[in-house]
Design a protein around this ligand. Structure first.
Ligand code: HEC
Length: 124
């Protein structure tokens, strides 16, 4: 039983990898690790540990950081727009200027791609 559950998890993973396509398959594991550390250090205070927009600083914001699990928003936004918001801040994409820019990430497109991947994962 344990084995078959593992096997079906592997199938689901493989299907997910196919659906994500070449771009995310090309993200190196160390970029993913860096992205995950950056999200914990810089983002969760507002966006929440699991991207639900309920970080400790969120209550003082208007508009509040959105819930990344919101499928309607996920469909409405391109990867490029998410990446732009992360690098250049909310005002660069017509969102709140309370969303800070991360200029150091402009030179690390692989880390930005891994951050976008995590934000997309919250929509699944
Ligand atoms: C000081 C609080 C704060 C921090 C820190 C912060 N954000 Fe935001 N973020 C916001 C707010 C507020 C918005 C805008 C919500 C709106 O206008 O609807 C936003 C918007 C965004 C958006 C655009 C989504 C949209 O609303 O269209 C993305 C993507 C995003 N943040 C990702 C991140 C990532 C990744 C980090 C960490 C590198 C981060 N944010 C750090 C507060 C923050």
């Amino acid at each position: 039983m344990g084995l078959s559950r593992k096997a079906s998890a592997a199938v689901a993973l493989a299907a997910g990898a196919i659906a994500l396509g070449v771009v995310s398959a090309a993200i190196a594991e160390d970029a993913r690790a860096q992205a995950s550390a950056i999200i914990s250090d810089r983002c969760t205070v507002c966006h929440g540990d699991n991207g639900d927009g309920k970080g400790p600083s969120a209550d003082s914001m208007n508009p509040r950081p959105r819930d990344f699990h919101d499928l309607k928003w996920q469909k409405s936004v391109s990867d490029q727009t998410i990446a732009k918001a992360v690098m250049y801040g909310g005002s660069a994409v017509g969102a709140s200027a309370a969303m800070p820019a991360n200029p150091d990430l402009v030179s690390q497109p692989d880390v930005v791609a891994a951050i976008v991947e995590q934000i997309r994962a919250w929509g699944r």
